[in-house]
Ligand binder design. Structure first.
Ligand code: CTP
Ligand code: MG
Ligand code: K
Length: 181
Protein backbone atom coordinates (compact mmCIF):
# COMPACT_ATOMS: atom_id res chain seq x y z
CA UNK A 1 0.00 0.00 0.00
CA UNK A 2 1.19 3.54 -0.76
CA UNK A 3 1.23 6.12 2.03
CA UNK A 4 -1.87 7.79 0.55
CA UNK A 5 -3.73 4.47 0.56
CA UNK A 6 -2.62 3.72 4.12
CA UNK A 7 -3.84 7.11 5.36
CA UNK A 8 -7.10 6.86 3.38
CA UNK A 9 -7.89 3.39 4.74
CA UNK A 10 -7.05 4.45 8.31
CA UNK A 11 -9.33 7.49 8.20
CA UNK A 12 -12.15 5.67 6.37
CA UNK A 13 -12.05 2.69 8.73
CA UNK A 14 -12.04 4.97 11.77
CA UNK A 15 -14.77 7.44 10.76
CA UNK A 16 -17.38 5.41 12.74
CA UNK A 17 -15.09 5.86 15.77
CA UNK A 18 -14.44 9.59 15.22
CA UNK A 19 -18.08 10.65 15.10
CA UNK A 20 -19.50 9.29 18.43
CA UNK A 21 -17.73 11.60 20.88
CA UNK A 22 -18.48 14.67 18.76
CA UNK A 23 -22.11 13.59 18.46
CA UNK A 24 -22.18 13.17 22.26
CA UNK A 25 -21.08 16.80 22.65
CA UNK A 26 -23.94 17.93 20.38
CA UNK A 27 -26.65 15.53 21.59
CA UNK A 28 -25.58 14.63 25.14
CA UNK A 29 -26.82 15.89 28.50
CA UNK A 30 -29.30 14.75 31.10
CA UNK A 31 -28.84 11.86 33.53
CA UNK A 32 -25.19 11.02 34.24
CA UNK A 33 -24.19 7.36 33.76
CA UNK A 34 -22.75 7.18 37.28
CA UNK A 35 -26.04 8.42 38.77
CA UNK A 36 -24.04 10.82 40.94
CA UNK A 37 -22.14 8.02 42.69
CA UNK A 38 -18.71 8.71 44.13
CA UNK A 39 -15.59 6.68 44.92
CA UNK A 40 -13.09 7.92 47.51
CA UNK A 41 -14.74 11.33 47.53
CA UNK A 42 -14.67 11.94 43.75
CA UNK A 43 -17.37 11.19 41.20
CA UNK A 44 -17.17 7.77 39.57
CA UNK A 45 -17.36 9.35 36.07
CA UNK A 46 -18.84 12.83 36.48
CA UNK A 47 -21.67 14.84 34.90
CA UNK A 48 -19.89 14.93 31.52
CA UNK A 49 -20.71 11.26 30.79
CA UNK A 50 -24.45 10.92 30.19
CA UNK A 51 -26.68 8.09 28.97
CA UNK A 52 -28.04 10.27 26.19
CA UNK A 53 -24.56 11.20 24.97
CA UNK A 54 -23.37 7.58 25.08
CA UNK A 55 -26.42 6.17 23.28
CA UNK A 56 -26.79 8.97 20.71
CA UNK A 57 -23.04 8.95 20.07
CA UNK A 58 -22.99 5.19 19.49
CA UNK A 59 -26.01 5.34 17.18
CA UNK A 60 -24.44 8.22 15.22
CA UNK A 61 -21.31 6.12 14.68
CA UNK A 62 -23.39 3.13 13.51
CA UNK A 63 -25.24 5.43 11.10
CA UNK A 64 -21.91 6.65 9.70
CA UNK A 65 -20.76 3.04 9.17
CA UNK A 66 -24.01 2.29 7.31
CA UNK A 67 -23.59 5.41 5.19
CA UNK A 68 -19.98 4.50 4.34
CA UNK A 69 -21.10 0.97 3.39
CA UNK A 70 -23.59 2.51 0.97
CA UNK A 71 -21.09 4.85 -0.72
CA UNK A 72 -17.97 2.63 -0.68
CA UNK A 73 -18.48 1.20 -4.21
CA UNK A 74 -18.90 4.69 -5.70
CA UNK A 75 -16.02 6.30 -3.80
CA UNK A 76 -13.79 3.25 -4.30
CA UNK A 77 -14.32 3.32 -8.07
CA UNK A 78 -13.89 7.09 -8.32
CA UNK A 79 -10.65 7.17 -6.30
CA UNK A 80 -9.22 3.74 -7.14
CA UNK A 81 -8.77 3.11 -3.41
CA UNK A 82 -9.59 -0.24 -1.78
CA UNK A 83 -11.77 1.16 1.00
CA UNK A 84 -13.16 -1.13 3.71
CA UNK A 85 -16.84 -1.80 4.37
CA UNK A 86 -18.18 -2.48 7.85
CA UNK A 87 -19.81 -5.78 8.83
CA UNK A 88 -22.42 -5.33 11.60
CA UNK A 89 -20.01 -6.33 14.40
CA UNK A 90 -17.45 -3.72 13.29
CA UNK A 91 -20.16 -1.09 12.68
CA UNK A 92 -21.19 -1.41 16.34
CA UNK A 93 -17.82 -2.16 17.97
CA UNK A 94 -16.03 0.94 16.59
CA UNK A 95 -18.52 3.54 17.93
CA UNK A 96 -19.30 1.67 21.16
CA UNK A 97 -15.57 1.18 21.80
CA UNK A 98 -14.95 4.89 21.21
CA UNK A 99 -17.64 5.85 23.72
CA UNK A 100 -16.38 3.28 26.27
CA UNK A 101 -12.79 4.46 25.86
CA UNK A 102 -13.90 8.01 26.65
CA UNK A 103 -15.81 6.74 29.71
CA UNK A 104 -12.78 4.79 30.98
CA UNK A 105 -10.71 7.97 30.54
CA UNK A 106 -13.17 9.95 32.69
CA UNK A 107 -12.96 7.22 35.34
CA UNK A 108 -9.14 7.62 35.34
CA UNK A 109 -9.40 11.43 35.40
CA UNK A 110 -11.63 11.33 38.50
CA UNK A 111 -9.26 8.87 40.21
CA UNK A 112 -6.33 11.23 39.58
CA UNK A 113 -8.04 14.30 41.06
CA UNK A 114 -9.05 15.92 37.76
CA UNK A 115 -12.46 17.54 37.79
CA UNK A 116 -14.92 17.49 34.90
CA UNK A 117 -13.46 19.12 31.81
CA UNK A 118 -9.85 19.04 33.05
CA UNK A 119 -7.30 18.12 30.40
CA UNK A 120 -5.34 14.88 30.48
CA UNK A 121 -2.95 15.27 27.53
CA UNK A 122 -2.45 12.06 25.61
CA UNK A 123 -5.41 10.30 27.17
CA UNK A 124 -7.85 12.90 25.78
CA UNK A 125 -6.57 12.38 22.23
CA UNK A 126 -6.27 8.60 22.21
CA UNK A 127 -8.83 7.16 24.68
CA UNK A 128 -11.55 6.72 22.07
CA UNK A 129 -9.14 5.35 19.45
CA UNK A 130 -7.77 2.69 21.79
CA UNK A 131 -11.31 1.81 22.94
CA UNK A 132 -12.51 1.47 19.33
CA UNK A 133 -9.51 -0.61 18.22
CA UNK A 134 -9.66 -2.95 21.21
CA UNK A 135 -13.41 -3.58 20.96
CA UNK A 136 -13.23 -4.04 17.17
CA UNK A 137 -10.33 -6.48 17.59
CA UNK A 138 -12.40 -8.47 20.11
CA UNK A 139 -15.81 -8.32 18.41
CA UNK A 140 -14.81 -8.38 14.71
CA UNK A 141 -11.41 -10.08 14.82
CA UNK A 142 -11.21 -11.30 11.21
CA UNK A 143 -12.32 -7.92 9.85
CA UNK A 144 -9.94 -6.09 12.20
CA UNK A 145 -6.86 -8.09 11.25
CA UNK A 146 -7.68 -7.76 7.51
CA UNK A 147 -7.97 -3.94 7.68
CA UNK A 148 -5.69 -2.86 10.51
CA UNK A 149 -2.21 -3.81 9.37
CA UNK A 150 0.65 -2.32 11.39
CA UNK A 151 1.09 0.64 8.96
CA UNK A 152 -2.64 1.43 9.16
CA UNK A 153 -2.50 1.33 12.98
CA UNK A 154 0.61 3.55 12.92
CA UNK A 155 -1.16 6.04 10.62
CA UNK A 156 -4.16 6.01 12.98
CA UNK A 157 -1.98 6.70 16.04
CA UNK A 158 -0.35 9.70 14.31
CA UNK A 159 -3.43 11.15 12.57
CA UNK A 160 -6.03 10.71 15.31
CA UNK A 161 -4.50 13.20 17.80
CA UNK A 162 -4.11 15.76 14.99
CA UNK A 163 -7.73 15.34 13.88
CA UNK A 164 -8.91 15.35 17.50
CA UNK A 165 -7.11 18.60 18.36
CA UNK A 166 -8.37 20.29 15.18
CA UNK A 167 -11.99 19.19 15.67
CA UNK A 168 -12.07 20.24 19.30
CA UNK A 169 -10.58 23.67 18.66
CA UNK A 170 -13.24 24.21 15.97
CA UNK A 171 -16.01 22.98 18.33
CA UNK A 172 -14.67 25.28 21.08
CA UNK A 173 -14.50 28.34 18.79
CA UNK A 174 -18.03 27.54 17.56
CA UNK A 175 -19.24 27.62 21.17
CA UNK A 176 -20.21 23.93 21.15
CA UNK A 177 -17.63 22.81 23.72
CA UNK A 178 -16.51 24.48 26.97
CA UNK A 179 -12.83 23.56 26.57
CA UNK A 180 -10.65 23.36 23.45
CA UNK A 181 -9.56 19.71 24.21
N1 CTP B 1 -21.08 14.06 26.64
C1 CTP B 1 -22.17 13.31 27.10
N2 CTP B 1 -22.07 11.96 27.23
C2 CTP B 1 -20.92 11.31 26.93
C3 CTP B 1 -19.79 12.04 26.47
C4 CTP B 1 -19.91 13.42 26.34
O1 CTP B 1 -23.24 13.87 27.36
N3 CTP B 1 -20.88 9.96 27.06
C5 CTP B 1 -21.23 15.53 26.51
C6 CTP B 1 -21.22 16.22 27.88
O2 CTP B 1 -22.06 17.33 27.80
C7 CTP B 1 -19.75 16.63 28.02
C8 CTP B 1 -19.41 17.05 26.61
O3 CTP B 1 -20.13 16.10 25.79
O4 CTP B 1 -19.57 17.67 28.95
C9 CTP B 1 -17.92 17.03 26.30
O5 CTP B 1 -17.41 15.71 26.38
P1 CTP B 1 -16.05 15.39 27.13
O6 CTP B 1 -15.03 16.43 26.80
O7 CTP B 1 -15.74 13.97 26.85
O8 CTP B 1 -16.50 15.49 28.68
P2 CTP B 1 -16.06 16.49 29.84
O9 CTP B 1 -17.22 17.35 30.17
O10 CTP B 1 -14.77 17.14 29.50
O11 CTP B 1 -15.86 15.51 31.08
P3 CTP B 1 -14.58 14.62 31.46
O12 CTP B 1 -13.68 15.48 32.27
O13 CTP B 1 -15.17 13.52 32.25
O14 CTP B 1 -13.97 14.15 30.17
MG1 MG C 1 -13.57 17.35 27.90
K1 K D 1 -12.99 13.16 26.54
Amino acid sequence: MTLVETVAVAIWALLPAYVPNNAAVLLGGGRPIDGGRTLDGARLLGDGKTWRGAIAGTLAGVAVAALLNAITPTVGTATGLALPTFPPAAALALPLGAILGDIVASFLKRRTGRSRGAAFPGLDQLDFLVGALVLAALAATAWFTAIFSLPVIAAALVLTPLLHVTTNVIAYRAGLKSEPW
